[in-house]
Structure formats: structure tokens, C-alpha cells
Write a protein that binds this ligand. Structure first.
Ligand SMILES: N[C@@H](CCC(=O)N[C@@H](CS)C(=O)NCC(=O)O)C(=O)O
Length: 208
């Protein structure tokens, strides 16, 4: 492995897709180490890099980062991609930060539903919890739909890395919710999915 190259530990369709998408957008020089989900994440060699056994992990020389939001901000700052992240003091910076972190507020909802599906035998699942998470997911998607009314991207007319962070969460959400009920959100997501870097980063079955 070339020590000068960025290394991304990735699982297909997981939150590491955010980082892969950003790396593809900025045409960075990077290598991907792909792991099978979830078994590959238990590998002792990977655990040495990521003690919690989660992806993404980005290795940049001596720096090892393992939160997708932090990695997005780190890459924008170190690569000075102010087109993708407003600088401190710019009017849109607070909104950018808010969306970057909202991405995880949203992603935890499909993540909870997914965990239920894969880790808990059907008879032991709490229908009340599932219903609560489904309702919370609908509420978060509705909020996003309202915020996107009259704008092309989260910050207005310019695409930014906040669209990447939240765009991935919407991709994950479509496993449990239809975007048909959220027209402005659906249009924005379609716009994102037409970007070449999106297509390079997601599994093949994303919408046309
Ligand atoms: N907040 C973290 C969440 C990372 C995370 O939970 N990743 C999932 C994949 S989407 C994972 O690696 N899960 C493995 C596990 O829970 O064992 C981030 O945004 O990077």
C-alpha cells in the first residue's frame, strides 16, 4: 500500500459511501479496502484500525478518522474545497454544519430499522419500536422535503458536501420509505443520483 495515498475502509452501501462519494467528487488519489458487511468488520486486522469495527475509516498518513461527518469536514478543509464547504465566517457555514450533522440524525432511523431486520428474530421484534422508528423516519423525511422546497440543493443553488452527507442518509432511508410522498426531496435526490461521482460510489440498484 502506498503510504502517500488516502485509504478508505469501505462496505458497499454503508455510511462509508459518503466518503467514497466525496473522494470521487474531488477526484482524490485514494485506495479502497473493501470489507464484507458485517463479518469482515470482525477481522482482527481491521479491528486494529477500527476498534469498534465500523466503517468508514479514512487513513491519511498518521491520521486515522472514523466518523463520516468528521471525515467530510477534514477532507474539505485539508483539500481546501471551499466550493463544497463554506469557510468559517461565511453566511452559509452554520447551515452547512447543521446539515452535516442532521445526516446522522436521519441515518440512525433506517439504521435502527435495519438492525431490527438483520439482528432480531421476527418473533422477538418490538412492533411498537418499529412503528415508532417508522414514524420518526417519516417526520425527518417530511422536514427535509419542506426545507428543499424552492431550492436545488440544501444550501440553495450550489451543491455541497452537505448534500453528500444527507444524500447518503436518504439512500439508506429508501429501504424503508418511499420518496413518492416527498416530491421536493425526490427531485433533489434524483438530481444527486445523476452525478457521475454518485454513480461511481453507490451499489448499482439506485434510481435512474
Ligand atoms: N456515526 C458513524 C456511524 C458508523 C457506522 O455505524 N457504520 C456502520 C455501517 S453503516 C457499521 O460499520 N456498522 C458495523 C456494526 O455496527 O457492527 C459514522 O457516521 O461514520
Amino acid at each position: 500500500m502506498n503510504p502517500d495515498k488516502l485509504v478508505l475502509h469501505h462496505c458497499l452501501g454503508s455510511r462509508s459511501t459518503r466518503v467514497l462519494w466525496l473522494l470521487n467528487e474531488i477526484e482524490a488519489d485514494f485506495e479502497v479496502v473493501e470489507h464484507d458487511f458485517p463479518r469482515g468488520l470482525r477481522d482482527p486486522e481491521f479491528r486494529a484500525v477500527s476498534p469498534l469495527g465500523r466503517v468508514p475509516v479514512l487513513v491519511d498518513g498518521d491520521q486515522v478518522l472514523c466518523e463520516s461527518g468528521a471525515i467530510i469536514q477534514y477532507l474539505c478543509e485539508t483539500r481546501q474545497r471551499w466550493d463544497l464547504m463554506p469557510q468559517m465566517g461565511e453566511a452559509l457555514k452554520p447551515a452547512w454544519l447543521q446539515w452535516l450533522h442532521f445526516a446522522e440524525t436521519l441515518a440512525t432511523l433506517p439504521a435502527a430499522l435495519f438492525q431490527n431486520e438483520v439482528s432480531i428474530p421476527e418473533a422477538e421484534r418490538s412492533q411498537a419500536m418499529l412503528e415508532l422508528d417508522r414514524r420518526r423516519l417519516g417526520k425527518a423525511l417530511n422536514y427535509l422535503d419542506e426545507q428543499l422546497k424552492g431550492r436545488s440543493y440544501l444550501l440553495g443553488e450550489s451543491f455541497s458536501a452537505a448534500d453528500i452527507a444527507v444524500g447518503y442518509s436518504v439512500f439508506f432511508s429508501t429501504r424503508f420509505a418511499s420518496l413518492e410522498d416527498y416530491p421536493d426531496l425526490a427531485e433533489w435526490y434524483l438530481r444527486l443520483s445523476q452525478r457521475p461521482a454518485f454513480r461511481q460510489s453507490f451499489p448499482a440498484e439506485v434510481p435512474d
